[in-house]
Design a protein around this ligand. Structure first.
Ligand code: ADP
Ligand code: MG
Length: 690
C-alpha cells in the first residue's frame, strides 16, 4: 500500500498546470507518466548566463545583456527575419526573429525601451546578433532570468525550457519525507536530506553539482540502490522461506561423473559443491552459475540433474535457441541414459503424435529430464514432479517466462547460467537476489586464442590468410556487426562479404542473419557444425554458446563497435580444441585512445571477469546499453562506475535492515517503507512500477 504522503508524486503528469493533451505524450516519453518521474528527471547540462556588456561577449557565448532598443528593421520579404537593433554603451547588437516567432515582438520592444535579453550571441558579418533570444524581460523583472539554467533532455517538440518548467513544478509537489538513511552513514558521506538533494538536482549552482559524484546526486543514487537492494533481499528471503524438495548428492551422479572422459576443474567442483549444499539443504535454490562460454557449465548442470533424478524427481534444462537445446541434448543424453535416466528433447519443431508422446512422458514421470526451448513454457507441458529448473543464457529469457517454468512444480530449485561476464562490483545490482557461483579457470588443454587487431585497410590480407587456412582444413567465423540505423544496409554488407568469400571458396561459405527464417538458420548452423560449411558469415551473434570445436578462426569486422564482453564471448567460440586458434579484430581507423586500449585488453587477457572490469573502468560506465544487456538494471540516478562502491554499501545496508527489523516496525523501518514505495521496484519484473 502506498503511503498517503506520496500521493501527490504518484499523480499523473497531466495534473501539473500546463500539461495538457498536447504536451503530455511528449513529456511522458522524456520522463514517464507520473509527477515522480519528472521529479526524478535529472538535468544533463547547465547554461551560465553571465550579465555582460555587449563588447565583452564573445561569439557563441551565452550572456544576458542590458540594452536599449534603437530601431526596427522589418522584413521586406517573407524569407527575411525581423531585426530589432539595440545597444548599450559599449556596442550594438541585432535581435533576430524568423517567421511566426516574430509575431508580437515589435510591441514588446518599442524603440527607446530598456530590456534585458539573454541568449546565444553570434557574429553575422561584422555585426553581433542574437537569434530568437531565450529571454526578453523588462528591467524590473530581471530576476526572471536565471544565472544558471539547467538543461533537461528534450524531444518530441518540447523545448528544454518547457521541460525545465514542469520539472520545477514537480519539485514544488515534493513533500518533506522522514529520513530513511542511517544517520551515521549519512553524516559520514555528507549527504544532504532527500528534499535538499532534489533541490540541488534541479537547481544546481555549479557544474560540480551536476556531477554524479556530487553529494546530492550520490545521495539520490544511494536511495535508489537501497530501495532496489531491499526489494531483492526481500525476494530472496521470501523464496528461501518456502519448502523445497531435498535432493542430496547421489551415487548416480557420481557414476555419471566417473564416466566422463575428463576430471572436473577445481572451479567446477566448487560450483557443484555450492549447488549440492543448496539442493540437499531443503532450502529453495536460486543460484547463478557464471562462467565464460566453454568454461564447462553444462557438465556441472548435468550432475545436478543427475542428483534430481536419483531422488526420483524431474528436471528441465532450458536453452534460448533450437540449436543450443540440441547441443545440450546431445551432451546429456548418452551419459544420463547410461544410468537409466530418460532424457527427452522438446522444441518448437515437435508436432503431432511425437510431441504428444513426449508430453505424456513428462506428465507421467517416465522421462526424468527435459531439454528444450521456449516450447517448454507452454501450458500443455506438465510434469509429474518437477524439482529443478536449469536455465542457460538466463538473460535471454524474461522474468515472467522463468516464473512460468518454476510454477510447473512445487518449490522448484532454480539454477541460472550466464556466459555474460559482469564486473564483480556490479554483480550485486544485477543479481542481488541470486547466490552466485563462478567458474573462472578454463578446462585444461585449451590453447589461448592468438588475438590481434588490424585496420580495415588490411582486410584483403586477412581474407587471403583465411582462405589459405580453410583450404588447409580449418573452419572460421566472420562476424559483421549491426552498426547502421538500417538493418538492410548491414545485411547488404554481410551479403557482400559472403559473396566475396564464396567467389573464392564456393559453397563452403554460409551466411546467417537475424532476418533468416529459424529453420534455414538452423540448417546453416548445422552444416557448419558438421563441417559441410567451412566459413560462417554472421551479422549478429545468433548463437552465443554454440560449440564447434574444429573452428579455429574468428574475424570480427568493426570490432571497435562491440562491447568488450561481447568481443570476448565471440572469441570464446574458437580455441575449443587443441589446435592453435586466431582472432582478428578489424577496425576502421583511426582508433581513439580508449578504443585502442580496449582492444589491447583483449590481446592481453582471457579472463572474462577481468575484461569486463577493465572495460568498465576505461569507459567509465559509458556503455549503458551493453550493461543493460548483461542484466544491469535501468536506474535513473545510479551511474554504474561512479557509484560502484555505493552498490556494495546498499547491499550491506539492506541485509542488515532485514536481519534487524524484518517487519519494518522501527522508525527507520517506517521511513524505509516510504522509500520503497517511492521507487516502487517491482521484484517480478526488476523494473520500477508506475
Ligand atoms: P559452457 O556451457 O560453460 O559454455 P560446456 O559445458 O559446453 O561450456 O563445455 C565446453 C566443452 O568443454 C565441452 O566440450 C565439455 O565437454 C568440455 N569440458 C567441460 N569440462 C571439462 C573439463 N573439466 N575438462 C575437460 N573438458 C571439459
Ligand atoms: Mg553453454
Amino acid at each position: 500500500m502506498r503511503p498517503e504522503i506520496l500521493f501527490p508524486l504518484f499523480a499523473p503528469i497531466t495534473s501539473l498546470k500546463g500539461v495538457g493533451p498536447r504536451i503530455a505524450p511528449a513529456l511522458e516519453r522524456i520522463a514517464g507518466p507520473l509527477v515522480r518521474d519528472l521529479l526524478f528527471l535529472a538535468p544533463h547540462g547547465l547554461i551560465q548566463r553571465p550579465c555582460l556588456a555587449v563588447a565583452e561577449v564573445g561569439p557563441e557565448e551565452v550572456a544576458t545583456l542590458r540594452v536599449t532598443v534603437t530601431e526596427h528593421l522589418r522584413p521586406r520579404s517573407p524569407q527575411q527575419p525581423l531585426r530589432i537593433r539595440a545597444e548599450d554603451e559599449t556596442g550594438r547588437i541585432d535581435l533576430v526573429w524568423f517567421g511566426n516567432a516574430s509575431r508580437g515582438i515589435e510591441g514588446r520592444l518599442p524603440v527607446g525601451a530598456r530590456r534585458l535579453i539573454s541568449g546565444r550571441v553570434e557574429r553575422f558579418g561584422l555585426d553581433l546578433q542574437m537569434v530568437h533570444p531565450d529571454y526578453v524581460v523588462e528591467e524590473a523583472r530581471a530576476g526572471e532570468i536565471p544565472e544558471h539554467e539547467t538543461v533537461y533532455p528534450a524531444g518530441g517538440g518540447l523545448a528544454p525550457r518547457l521541460v525545465r518548467r514542469f520539472a520545477l513544478a514537480a519539485l514544488e509537489r515534493a513533500p518533506d519525507l522522514p529520513e530513511w538513511q542511517d544517520p551515521a552513514w549519512q553524516a559520514g558521506r555528507g549527504f544532504p536530506a532527500w528534499l535538499d538533494a532534489l533541490r540541488v538536482l534541479h537547481s544546481p549552482s555549479s557544474e560540480a553539482d551536476l556531477s554524479p559524484a556530487s553529494a546530492a546526486r550520490s545521495r539520490l543514487a544511494y536511495d535508489e540502490l537501497l530501495a532496489h537492494q531491499l526489494a531483492m533481499a526481500q525476494r530472496r528471503s521470501h523464496r528461501r522461506s518456502g519448502a523445497a524438495p531435498r535432493l542430496p548428492g547421489s551415487a548416480l551422479a557420481g557414476r555419471i561423473e566417473a564416466a566422463l572422459p575428463f576430471r572436473l576443474t577445481p572451479d567446477q567442483t566448487s560450483a557443484l559443491g555450492d549447488i549440492r549444499s543448496d539442493l540437499g539443504g531443503g532450502v529453495r535454490m536460486s543460484r547463478l552459475l557464471q562462467g565464460d562460454v566453454g568454461s564447462g557449465k553444462t557438465v556441472v548442470a548435468m550432475l545436478a540433474l543427475g542428483d534430481a533424478a536419483a531422488a526420483g524427481a524431474q528436471s528441465v534444462l532450458m536453452a534460448p535457441t533450437e540449436i543450443l537445446a540440441r547441443q545440450h541434448f546431445e551432451t546429456l543424453a548418452a551419459p544420463m541414459e547410461a544410468q537409466g535416466i530418460r532424457v527427452i528433447l522438446l522444441t518448437g519443431r515437435d508436432r503431432g503424435p511425437g510431441r504428444r508422446e513426449k508430453l505424456q512422458r513428462l506428465a507421467d514421470g517416465s522421462a526424468g529430464v527435459a531439454v528444450g526451448t521456449h516450447a517448454l513454457f507452454q501450458d500443455e507441458v506438465k510434469f509429474a514432479r518437477l524439482a529443478l529448473a536449469v536455465i542457460d543464457e538466463q538473460h535471454r529469457f524474461g522474468v515472467g517466462e522463468r516464473q512460468r517454468l518454476l510454477d510447473k512444480g512445487e518449490g522448484v530449485h532454480l539454477l541460472s547460467m550466464s556466459a555474460t561476464p559482469i564486473p564483480r562490483t556490479l554483480e550485486l545490482a544485477a543479481y542481488g537476489d541470486l547466490d552466485v557461483s563462478r567458474i573462472v579457470g578454463k578446462p585444461p588443454g585449451r590453447t589461448p586464442v592468438a588475438t590481434r587487431a588490424a585496420p580495415m585497410t588490411r582486410v584483403a590480407e586477412v581474407e587471403d590468410r583465411l582462405v589459405a587456412a580453410v583450404l588447409g582444413g580449418a573452419q572460421a567465423f566472420w562476424i559483421c556487426p549491426l552498426v547502421s540505423e538500417s538493418e538492410l544496409i548491414d545485411l547488404k554488407a554481410a551479403e557482400q562479404r559472403a559473396l566475396e568469400l564464396q567467389g573464392r571458396l564456393g559453397s563452403r561459405v554460409g551466411l546467417v542473419h537475424g532476418k533468416l527464417p529459424p529453420a534455414e538458420k538452423d540448417a546453416v548452423m548445422a552444416d557448419f557444425a558438421s563441417g559441410k560449411v567451412r566459413v560462417l558469415v554472421a551479422t549478429t551473434v545468433v548463437e552465443v554458446g554454440v560449440n564447434v570445436p574444429n573452428a579455429t578462426i574468428m574475424v570480427i569486422e568493426q570490432a571497435e563497435r562491440f562491447g568488450l564482453a561481447q568481443l570476448h564471448q565471440l572469441r570464446g567460440r574458437v580455441g575449443r580444441g587443441r589446435a592453435e586458434s586466431a582472432c582478428v579484430l578489424l577496425y576502421d581507423p583511426p582508433l581513439s585512445d580508449t578504443a585502442q586500449r580496449r582492444l589491447d585488453i583483449l590481446r592481453r587477457s582471457d579472463d572474462g571477469f577481468a575484461i569486463a572490469e577493465t572495460d568498465l573502468e576505461l569507459r567509465g560506465g559509458g556503455d549503458a546499453l551493453g550493461l543493460r544487456q548483461s542484466g544491469f538494471p535501468d536506474y535513473v540516478f545510479v551511474d554504474p562506475f561512479v557509484h560502484r562502491d555505493l552498490i556494495l554499501a546498499a547491499g550491506d545496508d539492506a541485509r542488515l535492515v532485514l536481519a534487524r527489523d524484518p517487519d519494518f516496525s522501527t522508525p527507520r523501518g517506517q521511513a524505509l517503507r516510504v522509500l520503497q514505495a517511492l521507487f516502487d521496484w517491482r521484484p517480478e519484473t526488476g523494473m520500477k512500477g508506475a
